[in-house]
Design a protein around this ligand. Sequence first.
Ligand code: ATP
Ligand code: MG
Length: 220
Amino acid sequence: MLTIKNLTKTFDRQNRHFDAVHEVDFHMSSGDFCVLTGPSGCGKSTFFHLICGITKADSGEIFFDGNDICKLSDKELAKLRAEQISYVLQGDSLLPNFTVLENICLPHQLCGKYDNLEEKAMELLHTFGLENMANDYPSNLSGGERRRVAIARACVHNPRLIIADEPTSDLDEENTALIMTFFQQQAKQGKGILISTHDLSCFRPEMIRFKMEKGVMRKA
Ligand SMILES: Nc1ncnc2c1ncn2[C@@H]1O[C@H](COP(=O)(O)OP(=O)(O)OP(=O)(O)O)[C@@H](O)[C@H]1O
Ligand SMILES: [Mg+2]
C-alpha cells in the first residue's frame, strides 16, 4: 500500500539547516496497524505531512499503490486526500461554526460524496459515544469529544489509509481503548492505520512499532 524510499525534509531555522525527516525508508501493507513513537520534535508530524502531500519532500519517493505521491499536482493530491488517505491532525481541527454532524459530513459532501454519509456519521458517533451531540457546536464539546469527532470525520468515507497524529492525546483510558479497538477493526477490514503517540497505554500486540529520533526512523 505505502512504500517510502530515502525520504528527507530539511527545514531552516536561524540560518541553520536541519533534517526534520532524514533518509527514511518505510513500508506498510493493507491491514497493517503501525505506530510511530519518538520524543517531541523528532519529526513525526512532518513525516505524516509528507505522506499526505501537505508538505513537499526535498528528496525521496512516496509510493501509494505504486504511484509516487511526490510527483502529483496539488489537485491530484487533494483528490487523493479526499478519497484514499485520511489524516487526523494533531491539534484542534473542527470548524467552529458548524455542528458536529456537519463537521463530519461537509468536507466529503463538498467533494461530491453523499451516499449514506449522514447515516454512516451517526453510526460512528454512536460507536464513539457521541450520538447525542450531533447537533452541538464544537465549542460545547470537551477536547476528547472533539478529537473523536475529528476521527469520525477522517473515517466516515471509508478511506484506504488512515493517518492519525496523536489521536489519543486528549482521551481518557476508556476512550483510548475504544479508539484503539476501532482502529484495530478498521485494520482487520483491510485499511492501513498509521498513528503516532506518546501514550504507551495504547499499544496492542499486533501493532507494528517504529521509533523516530532526530528525523531518523527505525523499527522498534
Ligand atoms: N515549518 C517549519 N519550519 C521550520 N521548522 C519546523 C517546521 N515544522 C516543524 N519544524 C521543526 O521540525 C522538527 C520536527 O517537528 P515535528 O512537528 O515533525 O515534530 P513531532 O515529532 O511531531 O513533535 P511532537 O511530538 O511535539 O508533535 C521540530 O524541530 C520542529 O521545530
Ligand atoms: Mg507532532
